[in-house]
Design a protein around this ligand. Structure first.
Ligand SMILES: *[C@@H]1O[C@H](CO)[C@@H](O)[C@H](O)[C@H]1NC(C)=O
Ligand SMILES: *[C@@H]1O[C@H](CO)[C@@H](O)[C@H](O)[C@H]1NC(C)=O
Ligand SMILES: *[C@@H]1O[C@H](CO)[C@@H](O)[C@H](O)[C@H]1NC(C)=O
Length: 225
């Protein structure tokens, strides 16, 4: 048994749809669970196996979302935040999950989450590194978008650390295009407005932070492991 706290983040779009990014997604507010608030960058699976960023954590959260009725209430996305990747890209320049903490890889995790009738979110960064220092997508937007699409990922949270500010908007736009080019509908959640606020532009490029307010709910849950 382990104690875990679930955090649900409700993103809500309250602006007119005209000129907004159109990939058929997020027509209603996006609801799901994101790991950061509770688990942050805990990668110490030796000392803290029940609370570290690992495939086991997201599989448990998917189970809980179904078992405790959150799925039935409309919570759909199980979202990975920072600290999931290996520090090294593979031989083809692709991001890869940390092999110790995600032995099955993200594709298998996505399959598991989908088997529960839920969707999987992943995290990336527009700059050279993620906020916690893992590889960022700068120079790899198309490769990373395709990798996420190949894995069956349903949502991308795209952070804005380690980026030249004059190129920030360009990076967010380029990733939006790269996601579209994969031909797979992937919900695009931008942290762009956290750094600057070119409102009309953000809205045409991104989704869940285009015009947003958050409702953050937290509660404790007992997981049987
Ligand atoms: C790509 O963009 C076009 C034009 O906005 C849109 O019609 C299409 O659905 C998008 N495709 C994906 C996979 O997002
Ligand atoms: C940021 O990008 C601008 C435009 O390309 C460039 O002029 C500037 O030197 C860059 N700044 C840094 C710190 O790299
Ligand atoms: C965005 O894409 C354009 C066109 O391919 C390219 O010239 C530019 O350097 C890219 N910017 C960034 C930040 O990747």
């Amino acid at each position: 048994m382990c104690r875990a706290v679930l955090l649900l983040v409700v993103f809500s779009l309250s602006c007119p749809a005209a000129e907004a990014l159109d990939n058929g997604l997020a027509l209603t507010p996006t609801m799901g669970w994101l790991h950061w608030e509770r688990f942050m960058c805990n990668i110490n699976c030796d000392k803290d196996p029940d609370n570290c960023i690992s495939e086991k954590l997201y599989m448990q959260m998917a189970d809980v979302m179904v078992k405790e009725g959150w799925k039935d209430a409309g919570y759909e996305y199980v979202c990975i935040d920072d600290c999931w990747p290996s520090h090294d890209r593979d031989a083809k320049g692709r991001l890869q999950a940390d092999p110790r903490r995600f032995p099955g890889g993200i594709k298998k995790l996505a399959d598991y989450v989908h088997s529960k009738g839920l969707k999987l979110g992943i995290y990336g960064d527009v700059g050279k590194n993620t906020c916690a220092g893992y590889p960022g997508s700068l120079g790899y937007y198309e490769v990373d978008a395709q990798t996420f699409a190949d894995w069956g990922v349903d949502l991308l949270k795209f952070d804005g650390c380690y980026m030249n500010w004059t190129l920030l908007g360009e990076g967010y736009v380029n990733m939006s295009k790269a996601l579209n080019k994969t031909g797979k509908s992937i919900l695009y959640s931008c942290e762009w407005p956290l750094y600057e606020w070119p409102y009309q532009k953000v809205r045409s490029v991104c989704q869940t932070k285009a015009c947003h307010h958050f409702v953050v709910l937290r509660w404790s849950s007992t997981l049987t492991t």
